[in-house]
Write a protein that binds this ligand. Structure first.
Ligand SMILES: O=c1[nH]c(=O)c2[nH]c(=O)[nH]c2[nH]1
Length: 325
């Protein structure tokens, strides 16, 4: 059996800070979030590009560099195209750069670009009219950030987006009361005590896919899903749901995201359990308790939720799903 060969090369940690990119305005307002626009005064990212092409074979097998685009040049290519990008989304920018690579170098078969947003948050400053949000000074975010992956391939008639996914990474949320974990298998391996109310601390990466890639480009902002809106849905569902586990929680976050954004086909999760260790239990007379950082090892979950799940829940008379905040 002949096996498909792996062959690509590229550049990672390509930092791009484009100032005064076009703002993204007119996002759909959802009940879980007051995020409706992104000013993009700083459109920042850490990008990674990989070029694919059958014609690169001799660069590996014979050291023939005649068709090699130096990875150093790839870095320049991405950064310079940030100046000419007229759109306002990470997905749109990555697609634009993939297409320009394929235009420029006719021996490429496909280009894959991934990026993590390098976010800067607004900050309030004193002005002669009182405390206002500065349009000049921003502070580096140490919080979650948007992510995107795009692959564009050459076809007989032009190019085609063959992979596009969006996401938000490194959300870290703690719910101090209203989470439980009990009813699991109790046997000779069990040492964990059942909990009817535990402080649930979770790390989440959430990804989503659009039915139509066009919606990820932001030209019709009403169909774009901002990472900030997904973050706010996650926090809202966490706040509301009497969750029985992280598994249970993420299913409901997924359903709510798909309900708010029918233009998505799928929402997926990579989560991590960082539940605090208890040091001093709460008692009748002492509402508070004392906790500390958990020790490794840490539990994790992987799960995807699809529009069929939402349709099934909505059709079911005894569904636990709620669509209101
Ligand atoms: O939300 C949880 N899901 C589990 O599967 C699990 N297992 C465990 O020990 N703690 C937890 N918490």
């Amino acid at each position: 059996m002949t096996q498909a060969r792996t062959m690509f090369y590229g550049k990672g940690d390509v930092y791009v800070f484009r100032t005064y990119a076009n703002p993204l305005k007119g996002l759909k307002q959802i009940p879980e979030s007051n995020f409706t626009e992104k000013h993009n005064t700083i459109f920042g990212m850490n990008a990674k590009v990989a070029l694919k092409g059958e014609q690169f074979l001799t660069s590996f097998t014979e050291g023939d560099n005649s068709l090699v685009v130096a990875t150093d040049s790839m870095k320049n290519f991405i950064q310079r195209h940030a100046a000419s990008y007229e759109g306002s989304t990470l997905e749109g920018f990555l697609t634009y750069v993939c297409e320009r690579f394929l235009d420029k170098y006719s021996h490429l078969d496909a280009v894959r670009l991934e990026a993590q947003e390098y976010a800067f948050d607004d900050i309030q400053v004193g002005t002669s009219e009182g405390i206002k949000t500065s349009d000049l000074v921003f502070r580096k975010s140490r919080n979650e950030y948007a992510t995107a992956t795009v692959e564009v391939a050459r076809t007989a008639s032009g190019t085609e987006v063959v992979d596009l996914s969006s996401g938000i990474a490194d959300i870290q949320l703690i719910k101090v009361s209203g989470s439980s974990f009990y009813g699991y298998i109790i046997d000779e391996y069990t040492t964990l005590a059942e909990a009817t109310d535990r402080p649930l601390y979770i790390f989440l990466n959430i990804g989503w896919k659009y039915e139509s890639e066009q919606d990820a480009f932001g030209e019709n902002a009403a169909n774009y899903v901002a990472a900030e809106q997904v973050r706010d849905i996650a926090a809202t569902v966490f706040h509301t749901l009497d969750n029985k586990s992280i598994q249970h929680l993420i299913y409901h976050i997924g359903l709510r995201i798909l309900d708010r954004f029918p233009q998505l086909t799928e929402v997926n999760f990579g989560t991590n359990n960082r539940t605090w260790d208890t040091v001093v239990e709460g008692t009748e007379g002492f509402k508070g308790a004392v906790f500390t950082e958990p020790r490794p090892p840490f539990g994790f979950q992987g799960f995807s939720v699809h529009q069929e799940d939402l349709a099934r829940e909505k059709a079911s008379a005894n569904s636990e799903y709620v669509s209101q905040v």
